[in-house]
Design a protein around this ligand. Sequence first.
Ligand SMILES: [Zn+2]
Length: 251
Amino acid sequence: MAAAAAIAFLGGLIVGSFVTVVAHRVPRGESIVGPRSRCPACGTQIAAYDNVPVVSWLLLRGRARCCGAAISPRYPLTELVLGLLYMAAVLVLWDDPTEIALGLVFVTTLLAVTLTDLERRVIPNKILIVAAVLAVAIAAVGDPSSLPQRVIAAAAAGGVLFAAALAYPRGMGLGDVKLAATMGLFLGRDVAPAILVALLAGSLVGLAMIARDGAAARKRAIPFGPFLALGGVAGMLAGDQMVDWYLGTFS
Ligand SMILES: [Zn+2]
């Protein structure tokens, strides 16, 4: 299990590097398979040995080899976060290969849309469609009896977010509605605690901003996608425990 966790971590680093490419290129309508990565500052093609996740950034001390331009720490951070999420998914979901496969695709999706939502305030349909198709395909092969529950969870989560978007149009959009529905496909009933965690975290941050900046904060909309992603990770890692705790406490 320790070996599997280490492999998962390394796999997460490598896929994380791909996620930064997807998050940069998809909202701009660019191809994700080619051309090779170029330095955003001077356009020089980046050599493979300078594109090793985390390691290259550390060796280059955060500067491009070609022109010395600063490379955002967002890149190594994204890789590191996905490495840790892959490791957590493998360790927590260890006894269920279908859940592991779903979990790896899920956290990859959540990280990609977190980046696009933070950077450009969009949650690209293309990313969600690929994720949804993969979720249904993996569940259909590994756990077909769970499909009805997943579809119901997707409709319910999308419905809740749609109502929230109607009530709070500045803070939430249709991208959040579609992301929540996609999360339902991955999580099934565990999407309920996931949405609760997202709403709670979003409210706390919103209140903290109002407490700090007063009325000015009300006018500033913060993207909700990252909070949904946070809730999604919580739902994946601890959703069953949260649902059991709720059912045990209130029924
Ligand atoms: Zn350069």
